[in-house]
Structure formats: structure tokens, C-alpha cells
Design a protein around this ligand. Structure first.
Ligand code: ARG
Length: 461
């Protein structure tokens, strides 16, 4: 049998393979709430404009409400023969309310319908992401405040560089996630325009009121060009690009968690709640959640890439290619959401081993820069010379297999006679971090101030 919705000119029904490649109901049923909201706004507008009668509009609206409760109660039968969520709902509406149902699709096409539904769905998802980012930042800032003065090694090239504080390190991520959050907010603002009323591509001859439907659905305004309205998917691509950048940040923190909780580092203990054991090695406690957060990045980048390629070179306006946007978007955005939730849980529960961190902070000649700075500050030496003198002292320490503060004064004076024993006062890691008071630097006073400022701002967000 040919399709009831569009099969007038068709003599035959679809091949089984056609049905399989064409049907999107298995995944786009997720859009049922948005589809019903869009239809209700549309029919209310049609009635207000005198395009359908108030009676028909009321009948249709009631039918749509019934369908909503059927779906939510799990009592709705989805059919692949009806392709997608839009036609499944409309067909059920016809069963429920009879011929009035056929008036709902006046001045509308599935092309503007799906574009509207999907924008609504992505918009809701962006709102959830924004909240999740706020929660993660809150968790990080709380831990930063608690550990503003706890020293850890700072790395460049994953080699000991200079001591920093654990709080400072965590606040670096707060800054990154705050930029992610502002990208999400920005994208949401840009996408909040309504395609409904674009119809198939050219607009419609019916006297519709696009401002009314746009505002009923919480959009800022109708999209200004009907061809653009039905044919762009940049809003979802932008959402996935924002998710990708955020996933990249998450993956760096996840990687650090994996490194930090290894026995060789021992900087943190992960809570049992976010770890797993091994079926063969009884001693194991593995950071699986962190590893999976790191791994989700690949899926999220993958969905962004898939949609960029799918959209590339598509002529205007709608093409069925665009139906492929949904699974990727659902998967990419569900993945970032899960990754954010897991990371927030890990950050809340992790236990820094401050003694180990501090000990590590003092190894690897990490206060060599402090020594060089002392030569500049106290002896008035140009920094380049100070760098060279310090390098020679480090070489002595390396040769003797000792830490920098264990090199004797006599040996330092053999390199630079003007050095006094005051030098030893700058070689401790605590002194080192306390001295880094420049704006944005790692001194505990700075870090505490920044953490509190964030906590205050985030409480308002
Ligand atoms: N299921 C379709 C999609 O997601 C809805 C739009 C179909 N429009 C069409 N002209 N066949 O893209």
C-alpha cells in the first residue's frame, strides 16, 4: 500500500530496504515533545489567523495532548512505515480526531517542522550543558579553595618546571570551562530563531503569523529567509563544535587524573565510586571513569566531523541527507553531558595526597628559577647571566645526585663568589609559591581570592 501522507501519486509501497534506509522513527521519536509543542503553536496561530476554525484547533490541540500522554505512558505504537516522528504523530491524530487532523499541516511542511523541532531540542540540551558546566566549575572552585596553599609540581613537557598549588591548577580548568560555558550561551543566543512558517522552502500563500509562533515557542524572532530556515544545520554543528572544545578540556583533566592516581605519582586517591577493579589482579583500582571521559572525546569530535561532511556541498534547500543529523547530534550531546557529570563526580570525591605532591614539588630542581631570580634581585645580575650561573649550580646537584638546596654554600660560591647563605631561603617550595604574587600567579593568597570570587559568581549563575 502506498503512503497515506504523501502516496497519492504512488502505485506501489516501498521496498523493505527503502523503508529501512528511509525511516528515522527509531531515533527521532526523541523529538516527540518538541514536535507536539510546535504543532500546538502552529494550530493556535492558524486559528488566530482564521485559517482553521477555533473548533478544529481545539480538537487538534486536545488530540495532541492525548498523544503526548500516550507517548509518555509508553502506550504509543511507533510505526516504521510512517517514517518519522512527525508522521507518526499526525497519523495517530487522524485516528483520534478524524478529518480535522488533516488541517494541522496547512501552511506547513515537514521541512520547517523538523527544523523547528530540532532547534527546540538542541536549545534545551544547551541549557542543560550550561547548568552542568556551572556545576563542574563549582566543584573545581570548591576544591581549589580547600587546596589553595597545597604545593604540587607544575610541569612543562611533563617535566618538573616550577612549584604551583593544587588550587591554582584546578582554577586553570575553571577558566577553561567558563569559556566553554560562554560559547554555549553564545551559540544558544544565535540559534534561537524560529524556522516554522518557512514551509517547504518558499514560504506560504496563507496569511500566517510567524512572529506569533516564534514567540509561543520561546524563540527571539522568526528566521528571516525561508530557504535558510529549512536548509541550514549550522546550529547543531555549532553545538557540537562547542561540545568538542569542552570535551578537549575534559580529556586533559581526565588524562591528568589518570596520571595523578597512578602509584608512580600518587598525587590523588580516586573514590571507589568512580573506579573499578580487575577481574584477575586483586590489587587493582582503575580510573575507568576518567579514561572514559577521555575516550568520549573521540565520539564527540566524530559527530562534529560527520555533520560537517554531511552538510558540505549540499545545494539549497532541504535534502534528505539532513535526516542524518539526528543520531550524531543525539550521541555527541549525550556523550558530552555524561562526561561532564562523571567529571563533576570525580572532582567532588577525589582526595589529594598533599604530602606526596609537596615532596614531588621539591624534586627535579624546581626552584632553580627562584635561585636565578634571587641573583637578579639581590646581586643585580642580568637575568641571562643568572640563568647561566644557576645552570652550573644545577649541574653540580645533578652530578652529585642531590636536590638543589643540598648543594653547599662553598660549592655555590665556587660558581659565583657573591652568593650568601640567604640564597637557601628561596629554595623551599613554599617560599617559591608564596613569592608568585603577580596577577594570575600561583601564590596561595591569589588562589584563595580567585577561588572565592568564582564561588561567589557561580552562586549567582
Ligand atoms: N524525517 C525527516 C528529517 O529528519 C523530516 C523531514 C522530511 N522532509 C521531507 N521532505 N522528506 O529530515
Amino acid at each position: 500500500m502506498s503512503n497515506r501522507m504523501w502516496g497519492g501519486r504512488f502505485a506501489e509501497g516501498p521496498d523493505a530496504i527503502m523503508e529501512e534506509i528511509n525511516a528515522s522513527i527509531d531515533y527521532d521519536r526523541k523529538l516527540y515533545r518538541q514536535d507536539i509543542a510546535g504543532s500546538k503553536a502552529h494550530v493556535a496561530m492558524l486559528a488566530a489567523q482564521g485559517i482553521v476554525t477555533a473548533d478544529d484547533a481545539a480538537t487538534i490541540t486536545q488530540g495532541l495532548d492525548t498523544i503526548l500522554s500516550e507517548i509518555e505512558a509508553g502506550e504509543f505504537t511507533f510505526s516504521r512505515a510512517l517514517e518519522d516522528i512527525h508522521m507518526n504523530i499526525e497519523a495517530r491524530l487522524a485516528e483520534l480526531v478524524g478529518p480535522a487532523a488533516g488541517r494541522l499541516h496547512t501552511a506547513r511542511s515537514r521541512n520547517d517542522q523538523v527544523a523547528t523541532d530540532f532547534r527546540l531540542w538542541v536549545r534545551d540540551t544547551m541549557d542543560t550543558l550550561e547548568e552542568q558546566l556551572t556545576e563542574l566549575m563549582q566543584a573545581l572552585a570548591e576544591r581549589a579553595d580547600q587546596h589553595a596553599g597545597d604545593v604540587m609540581p607544575g610541569f612543562t613537557h611533563l617535566q618538573s618546571a616550577q612549584p604551583v598549588t593544587f588550587g591554582h591548577h584546578l582554577l586553570a580548568y575553571v577558566e577553561m570551562f567558563s569559556r566553554d560555558r560562554s560559547r554555549v550561551r553564545d551559540a544558544r543566543k544565535r540559534m534561537n530563531e524560529c524556522p516554522l512558517g518557512s514551509a517547504a522552502l518558499a514560504g506560504t500563500s496563507f496569511p500566517i503569523d510567524r512572529k506569533a509562533t516564534a514567540s509561543a515557542l520561546g524563540f527571539d524572532r522568526p528566521m528571516a529567509n525561508s530557504l535558510d530556515g529549512v536548509s541550514d544545520r549550522d546550529f547543531i554543528i555549532e553545538a557540537l563544535a562547542d561540545a568538542s572544545i569542552c570535551a578537549m578540556h575534559l580529556s586533559r583533566l581526565a588524562e591528568e587524573i589518570v596520571i595523578w592516581c597512578s602509584a608512580q605519582f600518587g598525587f590523588i586517591k580516586l573514590s571507589d565510586k568512580f573506579s573499578t577493579g580487575s577481574s584477575i589482579m586483586p590489587q587493582k583500582k582503575n580510573p575507568d571513569a576518567a579514561e572514559l571521559v577521555r575516550a568520549k572525546t573521540g565520539r564527540i569530535y566524530g559527530s562534529l566531523q560527520a555533520l560537517l561532511v554531511m552538510m558540505k556541498g549540499l545545494p539549497l534547500a532541504y535534502s534528505k541527507d539532513m535526516q542524518e543529523d539526528k543520531e550524531q547530534a543525539f550521541d555527541g550531546l549525550a556523550s558530552i553531558s555524561l562526561a561532564l557529570a562523571a567529571m563533576t563526580g570525580m572532582v567532588r570525591d577525589l582526595e589529594p595526597v598533599t604530602k606526596t605532591m609537596k615532596k614531588a614539588a621539591g624534586s627535579g630542581y624546581s626552584t632553580a628559577t627562584d635561585l636565578a631570580d634571587w641573583l637578579v634581585r639581590v646581586l643585580g645580575m642580568p637575568f641571562r647571566n643568572a640563568h647561566h650561573v644557576t645552570g652550573r649550580i644545577v649541574a653540580i646537584a645533578v652530578e652529585q645526585g642531590i636536590e638543589l638546596h643540598k648543594v653547599s654554600l662553598a660549592e655555590m660560591q665556587a660558581v659565583e663568589p657573591k652568593i650568601t647563605d640567604e640564597i637557601f631561603s628561596v629554595l623551599s617550595v613554599d617560599k617559591s609559591v608564596r613569592s608568585r604574587t603577580s596577577y594570575g600567579g600561583t601564590s596561595p593568597v591569589n588562589v584563595r581570592k580567585q577561588a572565592r570570587r568564582w564561588l561567589k559568581d557561580l552562586a549567582k549563575a
